[in-house]
Structures are given as structure tokens and as C-alpha cells.
Ligand binder design. Sequence first.
Ligand code: ZN
Length: 64
Amino acid sequence: MVEHETVVHDITRPAAQPGGWVEREATGRAVVRCTCGLDSGIVAATQAVQIADDHRRTSAEART
Ligand SMILES: [Zn+2]
């Protein structure tokens, strides 16, 4: 049986701050990955959430 652990990874970029330290800054983009091998590539964060939801729903239906 294929396990589905769908995760949305927010993509951040390093933003250099005065003083030499670096902060992670959200880019509004994300990647969806699942333990079944799904990889959405880089999409808008809002779209990533939708893809993850759709995938969870589809995989739950396929299981029954
Ligand atoms: Zn999956």
C-alpha cells in the first residue's frame, strides 16, 4: 500500500540584514511533496495548498 504524507514546503529566500545576519524571507511560493512520489514543482503558495488538499482527497478515495 502506498502511504501518502503530503507536505507543503514554503519556499524562503535569504534576506541579508544590516549587521551581517541573514533572515529567511517568505517568497509566496511553495512546493508540494508526497511520500508517494508526488512533486508539484514550484507553484504559488495558495495553489500549493489546493494541490495538497486535492491530492489528499484523491488518495483517500483511491484507498477505499
Ligand atoms: Zn501521495
